[in-house]
Design a protein around this ligand. Structure first.
Ligand code: VG1
Ligand code: CO
Length: 550
């Protein structure tokens, strides 16, 4: 065994996006591609204190969503870590840890940070995507200062430091030695389960299942399966078989583990069958997203955040109330209305969970959410799919009401924010960039202009000043705000790996109860037409509609 240095060449495309570095598996499998990124990360972490050896004596957490290349990547990363001064790695058994579990382990074990191997909701398998991201000691995604520093380092990297020790056994729960570094293979579920126990009334939930409450949780052959099985079926006594597609597969069994009504179609079918269970849910590749459903009823993620906020005190972990709430800018303003009614601070951040970290750390907010099927709280620093499922189960247990009743009652009280997101996928990058550039140029001419019944009241390219550290993030999405509360938002995805994806977010507010049960796409068709008129999406892309509308 020996630590050695190897010369390496720069890859110029290693700037992390919305949530880490994501590329096609083939890109990651190029010699030194993963190694370069990890070496750059370790260099930046080591340089984070005056000694230049900040990782010495420290513990890192490591695990991924089990997708293709996860196991190989784990071995590569362990050898780099051992050669760069890391004292100990806590590795999920089999190389597996969901994103929320990494966050929980970092926090509970006071680790220096953690590395998550996941491309989250992107498809997996040899032809799919792979990804890597770093989470800091608060358990949350690295901030932009750190990700930019890592990117800068990848651009000048010339050497890798690694060990040529043999591979370690990642499947057996034990402690092994790799050079001077200890590798402790841990149960991926235990720490996470302990956190859930502190938040929810497990006896209440056990009682529900004893009385015959039924659910179907679709783990989409991704990493959420083992967590959902252990907690829902194991701890809480949900009927065996309530969690389906529960074994993580390297290619997710061909499913696209992005829990929305389009990709989780099988769940939609089951939830609209005559014998549908009381409650349904799905999670994404790394189990940080959730979609929740009642019988024949899908909850919009933005509404989910609003309802959680309205009812939080029913849950033991939040019984004393919330400090505040935050949502990403494109997320509907449904939660804003609840926050106002409850007198809670409400923050609007750019897209991506990393922007919630400071607000959570500073005790300014307790709940956070994004329109992309992500909700979470201060219990960790990531969004959390199974937490959301337990939250919704608890709401049903505490109120005795169905999902549909809870949501419809909410609309009657607060009004309904009709909401949809239209994704135009696989657009040529130059076409997408030109569309955004032209749109930005057109913004100043829009305020005051009428479109049908409504007029534009404000336009901007969203910029965010972090209220905690004062950092500024610009160009976070073009917004058209209307005088009746409607919004049209355009932004380009930062998680895709093929061409560009344009996301168009549409929202309108309806406070009249007799108009709160209309089909969403129909209700928002007028706003979609405004977006088309302003941006010319169809003409520019040659597409006659979005690839996905949820
Ligand atoms: C998307 C979502 C965003 C989410 C991000 C990571 O980003 O819109 O809300 O935080 O994915 O989610 P983008 O840049 O493609 O719009 V996950 O579950 O893929 O890590
Ligand atoms: Co995810």
């Amino acid at each position: 065994m020996a630590i050695h240095t190897t010369p390496t060449q720069v890859f110029t495309d290693q700037r992390p996006g919305t949530s880490g570095l994501r590329k096609k598996v083939g890109v990651f499998m190029q010699p030194h591609y993963l190694e370069n990124f990890v070496q750059a990360l370790l260099d930046v972490l080591n340089a984070s204190d005056a000694s230049g050896q900040a990782l010495h004596g420290q513990t890192l957490v490591l695990g991924g969503d089990g997708r293709f290349y996860n196991r190989t990547a784990v071995q590569i990363i362990l050898k780099l870590a051992a050669a760069n001064g890391v004292a100990r790695v806590l590795l999920g058994q089999g190389g597996i840890l969901s994103t929320p579990a990494v966050s929980a382990v970092i926090r509970r074990r006071q680790a220096f940070g953690g590395i998550v191997l996941s491309a989250s909701h992107n498809p997996g398998g040899p032809d799919g995507d792979f990804g890597i991201k770093y989470n800091a000691s608060n358990g949350g995604p690295a901030n932009e200062t750190l990700t930019e520093a890592v990117f800068a380092r990848t651009m000048v990297l010339s050497e890798l430091r690694s060990s040529n020790a043999p591979d370690i056994d990642i499947d057996r729960l034990c402690v092994q030695q790799l050079e001077q570094m200890q590798v402790e293979v841990i149960d991926p579920v235990a720490d996470y389960l302990a956190v859930m126990r502190e938040l929810f009334d497990f006896d209440l939930l056990r009682g529900m299942f004893k009385r015959g409450f039924t659910l179907r949780v679709d783990a989409m052959n991704a990493v959420g399966g083992p967590y959902a099985k252990a907690i829902l079926e194991g701890e809480l006594g949900a009927p065996k078989g309530s969690v389906v597609n529960a074994v993580p597969l390297e290619d997710f069994g061909g499913l696209h583990p992005d829990p929305n009504p389009v990709n989780a179609e099988d769940l939609i079918v089951h939830m609209s069958a005559p014998d549908a269970p009381d409650f349904g849910a799905a999670m994404d590749g790394d189990a940080d997203r959730n979609m929740v459903l009642g019988r024949n009823f899908v909850v919009t993620p933005s509404d989910s955040l609003a309802l959680m906020t309205a009812h939080a005190t029913l849950i033991p972990g939040y019984k004393d109330g919330l400090l505040g709430v935050a949502r990403s800018m494109p997320t509907s303003a449904a939660v804003d209305r609840v926050a106002k009614a409850l007198g809670l601070p409400c923050f609007e951040t750019p897209t991506g969970w990393k922007f919630f970290g400071n607000l959570l750390d500073a005790g300014r907010v307790t709940l956070c959410g994004e329109e992309s099927y992500g909700t979470g709280s201060s219990h960790i620093r990531e969004k959390d799919g199974l937490w959301a499922i337990l939250f919704w189960l608890s709401l049903q247990g505490a109120t005795g009401e169905s999902v549909q009743d809870l949501v419809e009652t909410h609309w009657r009280v607060y009004g309904r924010n009709y909401y949809t997101r239209h994704d135009y996928e696989g657009i040529a990058v130059d076409v997408a960039n030109a569309l955004m550039t032209d749109l930005r140029a057109a913004l100043p001419s829009l305020p005051g202009r009428a479109f049908g019944q409504r007029a534009v009241s404000l336009t901007d390219d969203f910029a965010y000043t972090d209220p905690v550290d004062g950092s500024i993030s610009k160009n976070q999405g073009v917004r058209l705000l209307f005088d009746d509360g409607a919004r049209v938002i355009f932004r380009l995805s930062g998680t895709g790996t093929e061409g560009a994806t344009l996301r168009l977010y549409l929202e309108s507010y309806e406070d009249d109860p007799v108009r709160q049960d209309q089909p969403v796409q129909q209700k928002l068709a007028e706003l979609a037409a405004v977006a088309e008129q302003v941006a010319g999406i169809r003409k520019r892309t040659g597409m006659d509609g979005p690839s996905v509308a949820t």
